[in-house]
Design a protein around this ligand. Structure first.
Ligand SMILES: [Zn+2]
Length: 196
């Protein structure tokens, strides 16, 4: 097995025979004098190809040792890998777009819910105001009706009063005129000349 790349290296003077992937092979010694570690490349040209490198790379003091372990990938393998990567990229973009759309959808759903809530509150307030206005109008209408009825009765009373007063005046005038008329007739009768 190759050296553990995550642990500090132990000094060694020669390469040792170790089983890597079922094959017995020698782990090369890097320029630091320790066993190198086996890593895997993830670049476009050498995706999945394993290589030896200095174990001290992780600790910031690499000696620069590098050696391929796997042979280069064939042309067909590279094409297949390129297609797989393209498909993966398309899937990643689709997932990203879907996630973005879902986020926007959630955002719009929240906005719609907020607007509906606000609309409901406003509608309730308007209905309340409408009910208050209707009640006030009804109250004022009832008051005006009462005033109208009251004014009507008052006007009728005034009419009756003036009619009575007019009748009383006429009666008074007649009563006042009657004695004078009687006296005048009497005087007229006395002054008449006697017939020859
Ligand atoms: Zn080294």
């Amino acid at each position: 097995m190759a050296s553990q790349c995550n642990s500090p290296p132990s000094p060694s003077t020669a390469s040792s025979a170790t089983s890597i992937g079922g094959d017995s092979t020698k782990i090369p010694i890097c320029y630091c004098g320790v066993e190198s570690c086996l890593k895997t490349a993830y670049t476009e040209a050498n995706f999945g190809r394993r290589f030896f490198s200095c174990v001290n790379h992780k600790f910031g003091r690499s000696c620069g040792f590098f050696m391929w372990f796997d042979p280069p990938m064939c042309i067909h393998g590279r094409r297949v890998l390129s297609r797989i990567r393209e498909r993966h990229e398309r899937t990643r973009v689709e997932i990203e777009i879907e996630s973005h759309l879902k986020t926007k959808e959630d955002e719009y759903a929240k906005r719609i819910a907020t607007m509906e809530e606000e609309y409901g509150k406003r509608t309730a307030r308007m209905e309340e105001e409408y009910a208050k206005c209707s009640a006030m109008i009804e109250h004022n209408m009832a008051r005006l009706r009462l005033e109208l009825v009251s004014t009507k009765y008052s006007h009728n009373d005034e009419k009756k009063f003036y009619r009575r007063m007019l009748t009383f005046s006429w009666v008074l005038i007649v009563l006042l005129l009657l004695p004078s008329m009687y006296v005048t007739k009497k005087e007229v009768g006395v002054s008449l000349p006697l017939a020859p």
